[in-house]
Write a protein that binds this ligand. Structure first.
Ligand code: BTN
Length: 262
């Protein structure tokens, strides 16, 4: 891939700008830098390889050359287009799920807040980094990483969850750039719904472990066990604790785990 070819492939999408890089530290870092430089709404940064890709809770995200998708979209809020930071993780994960489901016929699920799973294994993650003005998001970066080829799957020792790739799950070769285009199309199609109740319903429809017992784990704190009910209007997790009312949890540094049913 190169800058010009990618630009041609995506020219019919209403993107603010397209930047392709053979190597970057992190597409999110580059996108945050470009926000400072005035990059327009819906600017896209894509890298073939990341040397310092990052995930939630300070974790590393590996992007080997020629094997995965790593990209970030810049969003700018306006009076008529407010951005809810907690919903943005949802839109990134939804766009990946829509594509896996509709194009590759894969039963994609979202492990709240940001992991995309197929058959219980993770193949994509979303990292949202927002910039605030007072209590409002002024701009944000939605970074999406997808394991596409088999060799993009990191070694299991580094991971919380079993991992897979789109090619492994689909059982056939997958064109990374067609996949990118499709995820962007789904993202752009979902964007107008971002602030609507229907958006939360779509997100909930993909939610993993709904109606099942899960644990919320935070370092240095006793894990919380409860029944996963769904999401609230902001995309925060609704959990019913044994013998208690429903409680709401913000992603923060929390890790979600399914309670072993064996
Ligand atoms: C996670 O699973 O915790 C989120 C992973 C997000 C990875 C993507 S790859 C593109 C963008 N650039 C980064 O450094 N991170 C995100």
């Amino acid at each position: 891939m190169d800058q010009q070819t990618l630009q041609v492939q995506l020219k019919d999408l209403p993107l603010g700008s397209v930047g392709y890089f053979p190597v970057l530290e992190s597409t999110n870092t580059e996108a945050l830098r470009r926000i400072e430089d005035g990059a327009p709404h819906l600017s896209l940064i894509v890298a073939d390889e990341q040397t310092s890709g990052r995930g939630r809770r300070g974790r590393k995200w590996y992007t080997l050359p020629g094997s995965a998708l790593a990209f970030s979209l810049i969003l700018r809020a306006e009076e008529s287009r407010p951005i809810s930071a907690s919903r943005l993780t949802g839109i990134g994960a939804l766009a990946v799920c829509d594509t896996l489901q509709n194009i590759y016929d894969l039963p994609a699920k979202i492990k709240w807040p940001n992991d995309v799973l197929v058959f219980g294994s993770k193949l994509a993650g979303v990292l949202v980094e927002a910039q605030w003005q007072g209590d409002k998001v002024s701009s944000a970066v939605v970074g999406i990483g997808i394991n596409v080829a088999r060799k993009s799957v990191p070694s299991q020792g580094d991971l919380d969850l079993p991992a897979t790739s789109v090619e492994t799950a689909a059982g056939k070769p997958v064109d990374r750039w067609k996949l990118l285009r499709q995820v962007l199309l789904s993202f752009l199609e979902r964007m107008p719904q971002l602030e609507l109740d229907e958006f939360i319903q779509s997100w909930e429809a993909y939610l993993a472990y709904r109606g099942q017992m899960v644990q919320l784990i935070e370092e240095g704190v006793e894990p919380i066990t409860g029944l996963l009910l769904g999401l609230n209007r902001e995309g925060l997790l609704r959990l019913k604790l044994p013998g208690e009312e429903m409680l709401i949890f913000q992603a923060g540094d929390l890790k979600l785990r399914q309670v072993d049913r064996s």
